[in-house]
Ligand binder design. Structure first.
Ligand SMILES: [Zn+2]
Length: 407
């Protein structure tokens, strides 16, 4: 695949495609059709995801309506209470949440949500966007099922500019009105098999969904295009191990596609390695590999990059992407990415378009990943241990909210 073909794929998929939406399906069908043009037959595998239609979402602070988006899957309720901005999470600050509508900084993760519940908050406000950006965009957020675990309070997301304005004006009281209709929806993985000479296989993954404001060229049509290029490469060549390519849906909603895939015991039984692509080929930034597996693989990737003359930074860690459900099944995983400084390319907003991408860099990144994958695909025996070292198990426990990070 050359730079021109790469750019064409970005052009054709320059639209928002959130997990479970009609446009996500459109992208899945596009990937399947692109493979078909290469003479390859992929299947679309559906899985269930929570779905919701917001009927009404309002945030009123001291009598003034603030532009907001209601949290999907956070139930329907109206709450009116004093407003509190939780700046710190020490016991004193948390104790002030009782009976209040609480605004937090950053992302609504599992532990902060549990803190809000335990300390008696009755509603929550998050904000995103950037004080210095020209837009007043508001991302459509979701109260994820593994975050609320059945205990739900209503919440809304607002723009950072409005958050700042309310704090400057000494926000004292708030009201949240949230009405939504919740159902079960469908998202999909697109799966292509290139059988090898043995039963065991290497799973390549990349998510093709995006967040609500984003065309997701960088995050992660780039990785999806990468898989198309790698599949095209191997389709014409012999390989010892079987190769399975999985374009994952609903990654941005909590790795739902890869989790659905890995929930199938039979499917993962013969998987020896996961190679995950999430954000490659950006014009700016450094190339990284994140190994969730034995440390030896870090050195192997480093040596291979040096041998091939390719700049890289390798670490042993958990990557926030579709590699994690594989690693949690004991399958060694390596994620590849080109990480841009965030003053040159950002993600999860309307600025993630093909303007930040480079066709030439995409080709170089794909070539390196293909070279690494070829060594693994043609190994007489995949050399990577199929087990998780203790330090990675610990990191997986923290990432998957089974254990709280004390730091
Ligand atoms: Zn991503």
């Amino acid at each position: 695949m050359d730079a021109k073909q790469v750019l064409k794929l970005f052009e054709d998929t320059a639209y928002v495609r959130t997990g479970g939406s009609a446009d996500e399906l459109r992208a899945a069908e596009y990937i399947r059709a692109t493979l078909e043009e290469m003479g390859l037959k992929a299947r679309i595998t559906p899985f269930e995801v929570p779905a919701s239609t917001i009927r009404q979402a309002r945030l009123v602070i001291d009598g003034a309506d603030i532009p907001c988006k209601g949290y999907l899957c956070a139930g329907s309720a109206t709450v009116e209470a004093p407003f509190y901005y939780l700046r710190n999470t020490d016991p004193y600050s948390l104790a002030q949440c009782r009976g209040k509508i609480v605004m937090i900084d950053g992302y609504l993760g599992y532990w902060i949500y549990q803190d809000l519940l335990e300390n008696g908050a009755v509603g929550f406000v998050t904000y995103d966007g950037h004080a210095n950006y020209a837009d007043r965009d508001i991302d459509q957020r979701e109260l994820r099922s593994y975050v609320h675990k059945g205990n739900r309070i209503p919440g809304v997301n607002i723009n950072a500019k409005d958050a700042i304005e309310r704090i400057r004006n000494g926000a004292a009281t708030a009201k949240i009105v949230l009405e939504q209709e919740e159902t079960v929806g469908q998202s999909r993985n697109v799966i292509l098999d290139l059988p090898g000479q043995r039963e065991e296989y290497i799973a390549f993954t990349a998510h093709y969904d995006s967040t609500s404001l984003s065309q997701g060229a960088y995050d992660n049509m780039s990785g999806s295009v990468g898989l198309l290029g790698i599949a095209e490469h191997f389709a014409k060549r012999r390989h010892h191990y079987g190769l399975r390519f999985i374009w994952c849906g609903s990654e941005e909603r909590g790795l739902l596609g890869s989790k659905a895939y890995c929930a199938d015991q039979e499917a993962v039984k013969n998987c020896v390695l996961n190679i995950n692509l999430d954000m490659i080929g950006c014009l700016m930034g450094k190339f990284i590999a994140c190994v969730t597996g034995e440390e030896k693989l870090c050195h192997y990737v480093e040596y291979t990059a040096c041998e091939l003359g390719f700049g890289i930074k390798v670490s042993q860690d958990v990557y926030s992407s579709d590699s994690t459900p594989f690693a949690d099944r004991g399958i060694p995983a390596v994620s590849f990415a080109r990480i841009a400084p965030n003053n040159t390319a950002t993600i999860h907003n309307s600025y993630d378009t093909m303007a930040v991408m480079s066709g030439e860099q995409m080709v170089l990144d794909m070539d390196f990943i293909t070279a690494f994958a070829s060594r693994m695909a043609n190994a007489r025996q995949c050399p990577v241990a199929r087990e998780m070292p203790e330090n990675m198990k610990e990191k997986l426990d923290i990432y998957l909210c089974r254990k709280r990070d004390k730091k």
